[in-house]
Design a protein. Structure first.
Length: 627
């Protein structure tokens, strides 16, 4: 038997490992199962190049929990190690690796932490074990070795009588980690980290009832057999070629990934690139609607089929973090902090690639089946609109598939819309006027007024729309977006000469005085000579102020404080309306007040502004009138 002292500069690194990674003790299992997987894949490779002359067979990795003995066994059938290799790889490589890791970790711990805490490897075993044994037999014709270490730098190494190829790691679980001896805990961890690892993983057995034979007698008792309980799918969909997969396969994989998710995804994007970096994965567009809900089923990051994290911030462009699915890339550095990740050139390339793939897929879907794309628009628009705002590369491509629906569900691209509106919807400076509504019900009367004139009205109801239209206007000097209730429709789109006013200047001045006597200061009164059929009183909310206010409420940079501004309203009075004449010509002041207030309330009603006490008073007054 050999005993020795492992050469480490830190006298005892185990307390350090425990301390630094306190919240992540559970990764020990992932690390050890990964080592077993690597050892198995390495053997496969050696056999394929003729280096190892042994039978590969159907290797699995087995996890056994011995609750009474307080032990966990991780057993693989990989290439194994000779005694010399244990000296080299475990005593030297693994230890120096652990030291290096700790050095890095100490620095970035102050930062936001290392993603997934990858890289600790074999020594993560000491986060949960007070003693670790390795019993290993190499594929080479050499005796098996037995290594033991209790966490101090002293170890023992002696021959063992293991005859089958592979490595068994035995963890003697420490008193403060006994929770890991629960089957449910281990199967939970295997399900989280190892669900798609490339070598079958056995945890326990399951019984299966055999089918009853056809000629079975009356009193036949069903036979059962014990089978290995394999907890993973070693060949998940993303490792296959898109050409091998049907729509149903993609949907099945979605269910496998999120068993608790019952809604089907709208479509998927298969990522597959091997140069200049390696990345595979499948992203799904879920049904999103207009609310940016907090997500529980997030995109998962894997590395060679090993789960790392579901915090993909910095790797996936922010607007796509609302998607679901997985990405797998060995080229994402995991032992750096998040801020380091964002500065990493390779990671930036990956993020740009994902953006481009998503844009290309959307364009293809749009071109292949526009009707289907339109039908899905409401569920995907929030991601796309957010993408246009946050990623210039996406914005550039978005023109080809981003849609602008009308209140009557006709969908235009921006180019189509420009073409459509250029005849009929321009303002006095020749700019295209894009009329839109934010809410079909609340702005119903304004929408109707615009439609009566033959104008197209868009329905743009995303919470971030004001930011987006601001950006689009900035890039398209020839067009302007105005909400239908931002002014009287005839002021928004000037078609012919102004209507001649029925009232003289003196009459207008008198009308204004009478109106202002009864109308609250919050409204600025605006007299307009319009078609006599046009609504006599309407309340409008100027586009610019309303948009700025909305932008500041949904996180517009540099506009803090505007969210607290009061709403600004105009009262537009049609001087050519019969009501305007009546108000002007009424001698009886009480009656005049009555007319103005009733008209104001009606205008408020159609802008959804009449509420509470004012609404009660209005209803009461109106009943009086029809008695
Ligand atoms: P890493 O896996 O990142 O190299 P580890 O600390 O996990 O670092 O392991 C150090 C070395 O020990 C590995 O590179 C490998 O050579 C050897 N090793 C660990 N586990 C096994 C195993 N189950 N079978 C064979 N070799 C192993």
């Amino acid at each position: 038997m050999t005993t020795g002292k492992i050469n480490v500069s830190v006298e005892n690194i185990f307390p350090l490992i425990k301390k630094f990674l306190y919240s992540d003790h559970e990764i020990f299992l992932r690390e050890l199962v990964s080592n077993g997987t690597d050892a198995t894949l390495k053997l496969k490779h050696l056999i394929s190049i003729g280096e190892a002359k042994v039978e590969y067979g159907n290797p699995i990795i087995e996890i056994k929990v011995d609750k009474e003995g307080k032990k966990i066994h991780i057993i693989d059938q990989g290439l194994g190690m000779t005694a010399d290799e244990v000296e080299k790889y475990i005593n030297q490589v693994a230890f120096s690796g652990a030291e290096e890791f700790l050095d890095k970790y100490k620095d970035s711990a102050k930062d936001s932490g290392i993603i997934g805490h990858f890289g600790l490897g074999f020594y993560s075993a000491f986060m949960v074990a007070e003693k670790v044994e390795i019993i290993t037999k190499s594929y080479k014709d050499e005796p098996a070795a037995h290594w033991t270490c209790d966490g101090s730098p002293e170890f023992t190494l002696e021959p063992a009588d293991k005859t089958s190829r592979g490595t068994e790691i035995i963890l003697h679980i420490a008193e403060d980690s006994l929770e890991f001896l629960e089957d449910s805990k281990i199967s939970g961890l295997l399900n989280k980290y190892n669900k798609f690892m490339p070598i079958p993983i056995k945890f326990g057995t399951r019984t299966e009832t055999l089918p009853k034979p056809e000629d079975a007698p009356e009193d036949y008792i069903n036979e059962t057999i014990e089978l290995d309980n394999i907890i993973n799918n070693p060949n998940p969909a993303w490792t296959k070629q898109p050409s091998e997969l049907s729509d149903e396969d993609y949907k099945n994989f979605y269910r496998e990934l999120y068993p608790m998710q019952f809604e089907e995804p709208l479509f998927n994007i298969h990522l597959n690139v091997d140069y200049p970096f390696n990345l595979t994965g499948i992203l799904y567009f879920p049904k999103l609607g207009t609310d940016m809900q907090i997500q529980k089923d997030k995109i998962q990051l894997y590395q060679n089929q090993v789960y790392v994290t579901d915090n993909v911030e910095g790797i996936v462009p922010e607007f796509l973090t609302m998607l679901k699915g997985i990405i797998d890339s060995p080229d994402i550095p995991l032992n750096v902090s998040r801020s380091g990740l964002q500065a990493d050139g390779a990671v930036k390339k990956i993020s740009n690639y994902i953006t481009r793939k998503v844009a290309d897929k959307l364009k293809a879907l749009f071109n292949e089946n526009r009707a289907d794309f339109e039908a899905k628009w409401n569920d995907i628009k929030i991601v796309l609109e957010y993408g246009m705002l946050s990623e210039d590369k996406f914005y550039e491509k978005a023109g080809a598939f981003v849609l602008y629906p009308t209140v009557d569900d006709t969908y235009f691209t921006l180019e189509e819309l420009k073409e459509k509106l250029k005849e009929n919807q321009t303002d006095k400076d020749g700019k295209l006027v894009i009329l839109y509504a934010g809410n079909k019900d609340a702005q119903h009367s304004y929408i109707e007024a615009a439609k009566e004139k033959g104008y197209e009205v868009l329905l743009l109801d995303s919470p971030i729309i004001s930011h987006l239209i601001q950006k689009i206007e900035g890039d398209n000097s020839g067009l302007t977006f105005v909400r239908v209730d931002s002014d009287h429709i005839d002021n928004l789109i000037k078609k012919e000469e102004n209507t001649i006013s029925k009232l003289s200047d003196e009459e207008k001045a008198a009308l204004k005085t009478s109106l202002e006597a009864y109308i609250p200061k919050a409204y600025s009164v605006q007299l307009e000579a319009m078609d006599s059929q046009a609504a006599p009183f309407i309340i409008t909310q100027p586009e610019f102020m309303r948009r700025m206010k909305e932008m500041s409420q949904t996180g517009g940079g540099g506009m803090f404080g505007m969210g607290n501004m009061p709403e600004m309203y105009n009262l537009v009075v049609n001087t050519n309306s019969d009501l305007a004449s009546s108000i002007l010509n009424t001698e009886d002041k009480t009656h005049q007040e009555h007319l103005v207030k009733q008209a104001l309330d009606l205008a408020k009603l159609s802008q959804n502004l009449l509420k509470g006490e004012a609404l009660t008073a209005f209803v009461k007054r109106s009943f009086e009138m029809i008695k």
